[in-house]
Design a protein around this ligand. Structure first.
Ligand code: 13P
Ligand code: SF4
Length: 319
């Protein structure tokens, strides 16, 4: 405990010293989330993190999340230094969508608009016409569909299918998935719902469609968090990485939050919904990157420029 307090104090000092700000996702260690908020940084979903990093005046952004989040921050602010606790913090969606294969897929369908999820490499973004996050994907595809555009969607097949169902758009889907959300189980969720019939079910759209079909609220991490603040219900079943429970419980200490069941459920792990890459963010790693400049995101300027176009298009659309 005293070691942790010392680390926190040291990071606070280093942030000031380096004119740096902490930009964190809801899935990282609660201590990092609290530290980000205490020091004038942000905790948010992917879109909010990107926007915050771009608009903030700090010269250095410390991104507590996974690599695509650090890369998005860098693409949007090439003049800033972007540091991460661990550059090995990947994402199964990004890993499952290598640029060569994805580019060949796009080349086979030159008549289609390429829409990619933010959970991708800078190279994949640079190949796209639009980047979207889960908070604006539905609106952007609706817009493109209304214009009569046919779409290539990558990499998350569940989010793609959800958007396709909602919009009726013509979408060819890349077959990627998130190793965390893919594990939620519909049958077990139904049983939990039967036990708590009054509970509101919150599901992130990276989950399988059988799970999404049981949800009362489907959306980005921020949308799910807001639902727990705004809805009167006392009980919520949470179908996303459980790191988000920290903010949910903080805002609504009297409400009951239950983890949506996963395949990995066991006596020691009530729900195994924890992203192993998000867990690579620790206070020690943050201290280290600020102290030594390690974990810096570096991108070739031409690549960043190409990836900026579809990313900026999203920010302008969502403004
Ligand atoms: P959000 O943009 O909803 O925060 O999602 C990011 C993510 O990686 C979810 O697994
Ligand atoms: Fe990627 Fe899934 Fe982890 Fe989100 S939870 S960063 S989508 S692997």
């Amino acid at each position: 405990r005293t070691e942790r307090l010392q680390l926190v104090e040291n990071i606070k000092r280093l942030l000031k010293q380096h004119n740096a700000v902490l930009v964190a996702h809801y899935y990282v260690d609660p201590y990092i989330q609290d530290l980000a908020l205490e020091t004038g940084g942000c905790v948010g979903d992917s879109l909010e993190m990107a926007r915050f990093g771009k608009e903030h005046e700090a010269q250095t952004l410390v991104v507590a999340g996974v690599r695509f989040m650090g890369e998005s921050a860098k693409i949007l602010s090439m003049e800033k230094t972007v540091l991460m606790a661990d550059l090995e913090a990947e994402c199964s969606l990004d890993l499952g969508c290598p640029i060569d294969e994805f580019s060949a897929f796009c080349d086979q369908h030159p008549d289609r608009t390429v829409v990619v999820y933010a959970n991708t490499s800078a190279e994949v973004k640079a190949r796209a016409d639009w980047v979207v996050t889960s908070s604006v994907g539905l609106e952007i595809v609706t817009h493109l569909h209304e214009q009569g555009q046919k779409i290539i969607w990558g990499p998350d097949r569940h989010l793609g299918k959800y958007i396709q169902k909602q919009t009726g758009a013509d979408m060819l889907l890349w077959q990627g998935s998130c190793i965390v959300h893919n594990e939620f189980k519909a049958r077990e969720l139904e049983q939990l719902k039967a036990q708590y019939p009054e509970a509101v079910v919150l599901v992130h759209p990276e989950s399988p469609d059988s799970v999404v079909a049981l949800a009362d609220v489907v959306g980005s991490t921020s949308k799910l968090l807001n639902a727990t603040k705004e809805m009167d219900s006392q009980t919520f079943i949470v179908g996303t990485d459980l790191g988000i429970l920290h903010e949910m419980q903080k805002h609504s200490p009297d409400k009951l939050f239950l983890a949506a069941p996963t395949a990995g459920e066991s006596a020691t792990c009530k729900s195994c919904a924890f992203c192993p890459w998000m867990a690579m963010n620790g206070l020690k790693g943050i201290e280290n990157c600020l102290q030594t400049g390690s974990g810096e995101i570096k991108l070739a300027p031409e690549l960043a420029q190409a990836a900026l176009k579809p990313l900026q298009r999203m920010l302008d659309f969502a403004a």
